[in-house]
Design a protein around this ligand. Structure first.
Ligand code: ADP
Ligand code: CA
Ligand code: CA
Ligand code: CA
Ligand code: CA
Length: 420
């Protein structure tokens, strides 16, 4: 057991999604968890040996010092995060401490949507029209391929992302993104504002989970992520494996692997979002150099293919050679993450129907994130996901049927409710 007794530092983690801690325990890995000091000490995590609070977004230099000091006392074999806005911080650390990880250069190219697009374009990937702007002044001389999407250059969780069908809507969208940059994202992105306008790719969306070994990209899973037309892009479903003809599967896999290569993701995981245009041509929407969904992608890959995604990542991060992979399309069963829709906004009271859902045999886990009394803002602001329902099914159509049932069954109740 090469992973046994290795020491892993985990930087920030949504503790409602404990896959990383559960898998670490299963492999006998010791974990030091640098948790967000604004949260209560997550003592309920029985599989964590050591808890240390940090305030990564307010005092990053201090956080860096705390982690380095701990490393000198009690050395780590590796450091990782599944949290998109902490990736740059962790890559700085792994570089300074000479631990496995992608370089800050690679990570910053993935984190910034304008840079990501430039790299993909330079490497001949399918690229929609894209242009970074700072304000509406710059629109004057642009002729744009409507519909377009506007998004914060350094955003995450679809915050601020909105569709515009014409100039008037675009000016409105830009104002929305400006406010999201200022009000919601500034804590995470500091002075990195800006926004990117992109041509809207009108077609189904897929999530591709990959693992790279010395420049070879293995596509572990392709799942279906809905076909949202906007104007906002609230996450909805994730069903894997997606129902795809072999040639379509191959063309998506090829484009995703080329994107990971182009961005320099030579080793470790990537979570890639991609859409097919009406002609079936694949366009990468974005790429995250991490296991997606704070660990949801691990659940999806493990349950649908039998491959333990987190284990592969542990090998890499802890400086060990991962087990040999094959480039093949593995299928075990159909799995899904049903993301409970926000269904409006207001002061959150409760989610109705979850108690019954918990008892259904398809349901593996129900995770509720929001708590009573929380003020939920309307999109494109993002107040967090209400909850996830993780399921497994014998067939794709069983999953679809179960989702129709959930659409009617699971209802959010707001006090002073304002329904969308
Ligand atoms: P974030 O990092 O906030 O998740 P994304 O770039 O992934 O931002 O955008 C969020 C969602 O918006 C995507 O999952 C996709 O559904 C939609 N979207 C973004 N860009 C485009 C585009 N060019 N064409 C179509 N849909 C898009
Ligand atoms: Ca990104
Ligand atoms: Ca992202
Ligand atoms: Ca995204
Ligand atoms: Ca998305």
């Amino acid at each position: 057991m090469p992973l046994q007794n290795k020491h892993l530092a985990v930087v920030l983690q949504n503790t409602y999604l404990p896959f990383i801690f559960e898998e670490a325990e299963a492999f006998g890995i010791k974990v030091t968890f640098f948790y967000n000091q604004e949260e209560v000490e997550p003592k309920h995590l029985k599989n964590v040996q050591n808890f240390i609070p940090i305030d990564l977004f307010h005092t990053p230099d201090k956080a860096l010092e705390i982690i380095k000091a701990e490393h000198h006392k009690n050395p780590f074999d590796g450091i990782m995060t599944l949290y998109e806005p902490a990736l740059e911080f962790v890559s700085q650390l792994t570089e300074e401490l000479n631990l496995p990880g992608l370089s800050p250069f690679v990570i910053s190219n993935c984190r910034n949507k304008q840079k990501m697009r430039e790299v993909l374009k330079d490497n001949d990937l399918n690229t929609p029209y894209f242009k970074e702007v700072e304000n509406t002044e710059e629109l004057k001389n642009l002729s744009l391929p409507y519909p377009v999407v506007v998004k914060p250059s350094n955003g995450f969780s679809s915050q601020g992302v909105s569709r515009a069908n014409n100039k008037k809507e675009l000016i409105d969208s830009i104002e929305k993104v400006r406010r999201v940059n200022e009000e919601d994202l500034s804590k995470f992105t500091k002075n990195k504002t800006g926004m990117v306008i992109e041509q809207f790719i009108d077609g189904p969306e897929f999530a591709i989970e990959t693992f790279s070994v010395e420049g070879e990209v293995y596509v572990l899973s392709i799942g279906y992520k809905g076909n949202s037309k906007g104007p906002f892009f609230e996450e909805g479903v994730y069903i894997a494996p997606a129902q795809l003809e072999e040639n379509v599967w191959q063309s998506i896999a090829r484009e995703a692997a080329r994107a990971a290569n182009a961005l320099g993701i030579e080793d470790g995981p990537a979570h890639i979002e991609l859409r097919l245009d009406p002609a079936g041509k694949p366009y990468v929407i974005e790429i995250g150099a991490r296991i997606g969904g704070s660990g949801i992608s691990h659940y999806i890959v493990k349950e649908s293919t039998g491959i333990n995604y987190m284990e592969l990542v542990f090998y890499y991060v802890l400086g060990l050679k991962p087990p040999v992979l094959k480039n093949e399309r593995k299928r075990k069963r159909v799995v899904g993450n049903y993301i409970i829709p926000v269904q409006g906004y207001g002061i959150f009271k409760e989610i109705r129907g979850l108690e019954d859902v918990r008892r259904d045999t398809e349901v593996k886990r129900v995770i509720q994130f929001i708590t009573k009394g929380t003020d939920i803002l309307p999109y494109p602001h993002f107040s967090g996901y209400p909850g996830f329902i993780l399921t497994t099914h014998d067939s794709y159509s069983d999953c679809e049927q179960y989702y129709s049932y959930l659409d009617n069954k699971v209802k959010i109740v707001y006090k002073n409710k304002v329904n969308a």
